[in-house]
Write a protein that binds this ligand. Structure first.
Ligand SMILES: [Ca+2]
Ligand SMILES: [Ca+2]
Ligand SMILES: [Ca+2]
Ligand SMILES: [Ca+2]
Length: 345
């Protein structure tokens, strides 16, 4: 919600989104930190394989399995050792792929005992030639499908795959990278077997004697899944409401801000007296004083605009701490029409 505070009118505040917690990202560029990734290459002693960092992509290649009956089909991946989550959201962009290669590529989460015949956990994968997205539980490298959906992709385009897990619920979404707001396709699944573990990237051949060649870019993960797609990260939603039953677009406590907006603001969506609000705006002579509610651990700054489009930081503004989470920003009134807003820098 935009917050426009004309000089003598009380209105709303505008806050930027909160940063994620436990956030890890890797853009696979020249300063690639190899130490953060651990090869998950169960057939490394039996096939030709390669990992490449090139053009900000992370490419993985494996030849065909020499003995599919004994070893299974070709498969290759990498674990992000520090992405150790229970509640997780793991996203990665899929580079344009070769549609002639039958393969399933995607994301792993809550992995334990990664290795030949031992990997367990969960996977969200896109079957690139069959145009399906799958959520699977992996038991000792054997997948069991928990959810699936059609997911027709254009091999030339760029897509983002996001895998969410909160307790026993899972969601896998596929986005066009030019629209990360609404997924093109999604699948859901439920399972309670594996509770936590690191995340990773992965691909498997679609045929017993098939090979693999795929690439990812822009890896990101954090502990803010949203399995019910309501805009409220599930661990926070559950902390406030006790479950995930509330939608994000209603105002549970009747304070004028929707539940999802309050979580983004960092206020309590179950408490009417907790909301981001301008309490008063006073103009006295040449001085403008704006009183507002603050939250512990946040920083604020005042921005001004003459046209509500171009905003500049008001470097003259003085911050005055008041009691009980109330603060004031003081600045000069200036001349002409002026809009002000308080934001997190
Ligand atoms: Ca949610
Ligand atoms: Ca919900
Ligand atoms: Ca509210
Ligand atoms: Ca509230």
């Amino acid at each position: 919600m935009h917050s426009l505070v004309p000089q003598s009118l009380v209105s709303f505040l505008f806050l930027l989104p909160v940063v994620s917690y436990g956030q890890i990202s890797d853009d696979f560029n020249d300063d690639f930190d190899e130490q953060s990734w651990q090869n998950l290459n169960p057939l490394k002693d039996f096939v030709d394989w390669a990992y490449f960092i090139n053009d900000s992509t992370y490419r993985m290649i494996s030849g065909a399995s020499p003995d599919p009956d004994a070893l299974g089909q070709a498969r290759i991946g990498a674990m992000r050792k520090d992405a150790n989550y229970s509640a997780f959201r793991v996203g990665v962009d899929l580079a344009p792929f070769d549609p002639a290669i039958e393969q399933d590529v995607g994301v792993l989460a809550r992995i334990t005992s990664a290795g030949l015949g031992t990997t367990s956990g969960y996977a969200a994968t896109i079957d690139t030639d069959e145009s399906r997205i799958y959520i699977a539980r992996i038991d000792l490298e054997q997948p069991t499908v928990l959810g699936e959906a059609d997911s027709p992709l254009d091999p030339e385009k760029n897509y983002q795959l996001v895998f969410h897990g909160y307790e026993g619920r899972f969601l896998a979404e596929v986005f066009d990278v030019t629209n990360l707001t609404t997924p093109l396709f999604f699948a859901e699944g439920e399972d309670d077997t594996y509770q936590s573990g690191p995340a990773g990237l992965f691909g498997a051949a679609g045929q017993p004697d098939g090979n693999i060649n795929f690439a990812f870019y822009n890896y990101e993960s954090d502990d803010r899944p949203d399995v019910d797609q309501d805009g409220m990260p599930d661990p926070i939603e559950a902390t406030f409401f006790g479950n995930l039953d509330q939608p994000g677009d209603t105002d549970f406590d009747g304070d004028g801000r929707d539940n999802a907006q309050e979580i983004e603001d960092g206020t309590d969506p179950t408490a009417k007296d907790s909301s981001v609000k301008v309490i008063s705006v006073d103009v006295s002579g040449d001085r403008l004083s704006l009183q507002f509610r603050t939250l512990v651990g946040r920083n604020y700054q005042l921005e001004t605009s003459g046209d509500l489009t171009n905003w500049v930081v008001d470097t003259e503004a003085e911050f005055e701490e008041e009691e009980d989470g109330i603060a004031k920003l003081l600045t000069s009134r200036g001349s002409g029409r002026k809009f002000v807003r308080v934001v997190e820098p």
